[in-house]
Each structure stands twice: as C-alpha cells, then as structure tokens.
Ligand binder design. Sequence first.
Ligand SMILES: C[S@@+](CC[C@H](N)C(=O)[O-])C[C@H]1O[C@@H](n2cnc3c(N)ncnc32)[C@H](O)[C@@H]1O
Length: 219
Amino acid sequence: VSEQVNPDEFIITRKRKLYRFALFSNSPFCFEADEWTKIKVDTLEIGAGTGLFSVALANQMPEQQFVAFDVKADRLQTGARKAEEENLTNIRFLRGRGDLLADFFAPLSLEDIWITFPDPFPKERSAKHRLTHPRFLNIYRSLLKEDGKLYFKTDARDLFEWSLEQFVDQGWAITELSFDLHDSSLSDIYKTKTTYETRFINEGLPIYFVSCTPPKIAK
Ligand SMILES: C[S@@+](CC[C@H](N)C(=O)[O-])C[C@H]1O[C@@H](n2cnc3c(N)ncnc32)[C@H](O)[C@@H]1O
C-alpha cells in the first residue's frame, strides 16, 4: 500500500517544481547558459545541487567569487534564495551541462573546482557520465590555473577508488586524502557540509575526500 502513488501529491510536486523553476528564472543570482557572460570566478562547484555548500563557502571567503553549477534549476534556486537572504554579492548559480563547462569560464582562470557527491553511475557502461571521468578531468585541467586545486568528496567508496585511479592515471598529483573526512585533521573548510553530505553523515556513513593539483600543460 505504501508504494501506491497518490495522484494529488504528484500534482502538488509537479507544481512545486514549476514554482521552483520560476524562482530560478526570477532570481538575479541565477543564470541560464545563454544569459551568462564570462566574469572573474575563483571557485566553481560542479553538480552543486542546492548550492548550499558554495553559499557557506562564499560566506566564509567574501573576497572570492563563487559559482554553483548544476543542470537542475529547481535545486539551484534553494541556494540562490539563501544567498539573497544573506545579502551575498560573491556567488552566482549557473544552470548548464558539465561537458560544456569550457564555454563559461576563461582557460586557466579558476583557483578551485569542487566536485561534491556526484551521482556514482555504478554501471561500467555509464562511466563516461561520472564527473571524475577523464573527459571531465581534461575540462577541469583546461580551466584551472596551473597551481589550482581540484577537490572531490563522496560517500560512494567504489566511485572514490575508481576516481583516485583516474586522477593518478591522468597525471594529477594527490595533495590530501582521507577515508573519513569528518574524523580527520584536515581543514574545517572541507568539512562544510553539502545537502547530501548532511544526509549521509546522519546515516553514519564516512565521507571520502581528496584534493589534487592538475598535471602541467605541455608548452
Ligand atoms: C547527488 S547530487 C549532489 C548534489 C550536491 N553536490 C550535494 O552534495 O548536495 C548530484 C548533482 O549533480 C548534478 N549533475 C549530474 N551530472 C551533471 C552534469 N553533467 N553537469 C551538471 N550537473 C550534473 C545533478 O543534477 C545533481 O544535482
């Protein structure tokens, strides 16, 4: 019985989604791909979901410019509302596809890229959709400054181990690593929780974390 769908709830959910899309398009913090103009950005979070992690970072580092990036507008507007409530001026929310990231940012311009709790895509044939797949690593490399950093956190052990292999195979240098971020002595900034992270921590799961620097670009 609990699996039966209540059509009334379904309609309310759809309406709520449309309402969230409207909030996205009305927010001065939110941009569709065709509304975006290249601006100076220091930190990008890809697959940001609600973007609340970037909002928290933007609060702590007012001198840096942040972009929370995701394909889903209805999620991003949650962070945009929070940023507006908190009068932040150093964060934007951009809706777009990860494989098109290079259209939005100048080459070798970003200080930091965060990949937070990306969908694990456990089936091998879907590996190309993982945000730590070499095709994405190449894009991140083209956008990060030479001394820039890539940060990755996840609850998915298989994805984490697979991703570590990709980083090393693609010539990224691992600088920090933890198999239990919140029980480590790593920076408290890294322990700022994303929406999914809060859920996983409440379930008692460890959070896997790595930071790395990009391979040198051949001159
Ligand atoms: C599991 S959620 C995690 C959200 C958020 N990072 C968090 O930790 O709460 C993964 C997010 O990645 C986004 N995503 C997946 N593939 C993407 C892609 N190729 N480009 C942009 N966003 C993507 C999804 O829309 C989703 O919001």
